[in-house]
Write a protein that binds this ligand. Structure first.
Ligand code: SF4
Length: 247
């Protein structure tokens, strides 16, 4: 039985697990995030830059851009290989994978869609081996746990979607850092994690109340924090006491 937020993705889960009220504002009330001023000395926001770099990587891999963009220069050999694989129909870009509540693949906008996973590149290496690539702009340090969880979700989605696949390699490309993190999962290893993901996803998609989880960590970069232009009355900032919540 689904609750009020009917679809989940990794970013939705993250928001919900940090603060259910934040997820409600974003995915139920659909309150737009307020515009933020640019950080000092920056010409664009990190998210905008990330999207721009993803578009550049896609453009190059599809052969629409002839030179490797400067922002992706450290990954020139990898992008060259990807471009060749795309041209040979061994790789696809910007995959949109969706599942219903039984983890059966469905189309992205299917009525019964429950979970969604977006990936940057997918390589069918052999009949039993595939590679998922995710571009990661910005820093890695401090985000390792989150990035590892994403690797798991990619691998899980791949084995559910492709019944022949026995091994999934997940590569995180960090173009700003000249670092490539690679990990691999067997079908058995990753399927053993399915119940854990299911429990988390159900907690969110069956929720009918969304209490604030107000604390410095959750509120610090929450777009609904009045410090960042939002409206949330429960926000906690340095030097403030959390507001008492009456049940
Ligand atoms: S400001 Fe804090 S309490 Fe309010 S929605 Fe954001 S994280 Fe939750």
């Amino acid at each position: 039985m689904l609750g009020m937020i009917k679809q989940w993705s990794y970013s939705r889960l993250q928001a919900f697990e940090k603060c259910p009220l934040r997820a409600k504002y974003a995915y139920l009330d659909k309150i737009p995030e307020p515009e933020r001023p640019l950080p000092k000395g920056k010409a664009e926001h990190a998210n905008d830059r990330g999207s721009r770099i993803h578009t550049l990587a896609e453009g190059y891999s599809l052969g629409k851009i002839s030179e490797v963009p400067h922002e992706l220069r450290f990954f020139a050999p990898e992008l060259e290989r990807l471009r060749t694989l795309v041209a040979r129909c061994k790789a696809s870009l910007e995959g949109e994978w969706a599942f219903n509540e039984e983890w059966v693949p469905v189309s992205w906008f299917a009525e019964n869609v429950w979970g969604r996973v977006k990936l940057d590149a997918f390589v069918q290496w052999t009949r039993e081996e595939v590679i998922v690539v995710d571009y990661k702009t910005g820093k890695r340090y401090g985000n390792e746990f989150m990035h590892t969880e994403q690797c798991q979700l990619y691998a899980l989605s791949a084995v559910l979607r492709y019944p022949n696949v026995e091994t999934v390699y997940v590569e995180l490309w960090y173009p700003d850092l000249d670092e490539l993190y690679s990990t691999q999962y067997t079908r058995k290893q990753i399927l053993a994690r399915l119940r854990g993901w299911e429990t988390r996803a159900r907690r969110m998609t069956q929720a009918t109340e969304f209490k604030p989880n107000a604390n410095l960590f959750s509120c610090q970069w929450c777009p609904y924090n009045p410090r960042l232009g939002g409206h949330c009355e429960y926000a906690v900032n340095v030097g403030q006491q959390p507001k008492v919540i009456v049940a």
